[in-house]
Design a binder for this molecule. Structure first.
Ligand code: PLP
Length: 449
């Protein structure tokens, strides 16, 4: 182990494992994007990770820019997180009864995000958004949900319309198995398009329960809200008696210490004369579980208290508030201090800057997209910053394919899709950044062809 993947490293063992998995697991994977469908080639089976590095089944080491799709904020197998998980596990894997750490995690999140007054823990981001939507419908008595094209909120039926990411990778508009009746409850609108939102409210305002939006879109590549959009969206919804669900599953405690809501900060205060606006409900996942299955829905106390057992909106979970997952999440958040975020920001700046120079050097047209410490790279000519899904879908994914494989061959693990954010961790020190930077010129030349 520890062999840095040089050009032409062996992938024999990964290929054997993929063939074996393919005989018993649909597509050989338990989440579609892992299958390398859009980039081609053999998916690497990973067997260990430490800090900024992961190792595959053939013993090749990669500098990682996936970070488990976000949760590994501190890097893989952070010693404090592993110790906390071990000691929680030794006390029992879960009891189906309340444990002290549940309120501790809720307090930690509430202290970072003032818009959260109460929090309920679930196990996945999908459950968090499902619960937020049920709450919004329960609170307003209205049926419709507005979502934006290219935003991903998990795989529940009503949310799979134009959902970016995995669907974009596979070029699917939605999913089979979703009834027309369910799909008709979701209005899909272009992102960053206030007139379209106003028109929807003019036509359906009385029937819209909520708008759900990623705090900054990061599942069609990174695409932040335009200045003022989030504030206007919240004001518009509230004028019509609808709620806003801000989905921070990906951005939460990653785009910055208080998520993307914290990055927006003053913007939500508008010109300073009015009251700041706030989303009504927020969803969290990924980083809050520190790598184990844990997610959360939070928001205004009067809304959250509509949940059972206090109120009429039902929600439950055998594994909710699992003590081992809580240990990973709490320890991760407690170590996610100012130093960790400034390390992540510095590494993101260095990598994003180096990607851009390498691509410029090879004459590859591109755009680096940023939202807080999140970034991604769009390949192709973009005269202006893209505003929504229709524009980013025009990117040259064949270039990403070549770029991705050239990076992988040189020992850098990028997301296997052009529609994903690149995830940096607090363990990306100068040595890790240097390994990534060294691989870029070759990958840029591959993308130029
Ligand atoms: N919301 C957003 C913004 C996400 O990025 C994701 C997952 O990538 C989800 C919801 C769904 O979370 P999970 O995969 O844990 O169900």
């Amino acid at each position: 182990a520890g062999r840095h993947a040089g050009t032409r490293s062996s992938t024999a063992r990964s290929e054997e494992l993929a063939a074996r998995a393919g005989r018993v697991i649909p597509g050989g994977v338990n989440s579609p994007v892992r299958a390398f469908a859009s980039v081609g080639g053999a998916p690497r089976f990973l067997v260990s990770g430490r800090g900024a590095y992961v190792t595959d089944a053939d013993g090749n080491e990669y500098t990682d820019l996936v970070a488990a799709w976000g949760p590994a904020l501190l890097g893989h197998a952070h010693p404090a997180v592993i110790d906390a998980v071990k000691s929680a596990a030794e006390r029992g894997l879960g009891f189906g009864a309340s444990v002290p750490a549940e309120a501790e995690l809720a307090e930690e999140i509430i202290s970072r995000v003032p818009a959260v007054e109460r929090l309920r823990l679930v196990s996945t981001g999908t459950e968090a958004t499902m619960t937020a939507i049920r709450l919004a419908r329960g609170a307003t008595g209205r049926p419709l949900l507005v979502k934006f094209a290219g935003h991903y909120h998990g795989h529940s039926d009503g949310l799979l319309a134009e959902a970016g990411s995995g669907l974009a990778t596979l070029s699917l508009p939605g999913s089979a198995g979703v009834t027309e009746a369910t799909a008709a409850q979701t209005l899909v609108l272009p992102y960053n398009d206030l007139p379209a939102l106003e028109a929807a409210f003019t036509e359906h305002g009385e029937r819209i329960a909520a708008i759900i939006a990623e705090a900054a879109a990061a599942n069609m590549g990174v695409l932040p809200p335009e200045p003022g959009f989030t504030r206007s969206m919240i004001e518009l919804a509230h004028r019509h008696g609808a709620l806003v669900i801000l989905d921070e599953v990906l951005t939460g405690f990653r785009a910055g210490p208080s998520g993307y809501l914290g990055v927006l900060g003053d913007e939500l205060r508008g010109d300073g004369t009015g009251d700041p606006v706030a989303p009504d409900l927020l969803t969290f996942g990924k980083v809050v579980g520190g790598g184990l299955p844990l997610a959360a829905v939070g928001g205004r106390a009067d809304l959250m208290d509509l949940l059972a057992p206090l109120g009429p909106v039902y929600q439950a979970g055998t594994l909710s508030g699992n003590p081992v997952a809580l240990a990973a999440g709490l320890t991760t958040l407690r170590h996610a201090d100012a130093a960790a975020y400034s390390r992540i920001a510095a590494a993101a700046d260095a990598i994003a800057g180096a990607v851009s120079s390498a691509l410029d050097g090879a004459g590859v047209p591109h755009r680096v997209q940023r939202a807080g410490t999140l970034f991604s790279v769009l390949f192709g000519e973009f005269a202006a910053a893209p505003r929504g899904y229709a524009e980013v879908q025009r990117q040259e994914t064949v270039r990403y394919r070549a770029f991705f494989h050239a990076m992988l061959d040189q020992g850098v693990n990028l997301p296997p899709s052009a529609f994903e954010a690149w995830f940096v961790t607090a363990a990306h020190d100068d040595a890790a950044v240097e390994r990534i930077v060294a691989a870029l010129p070759g990958a840029a030349r591959a993308a130029a062809r």
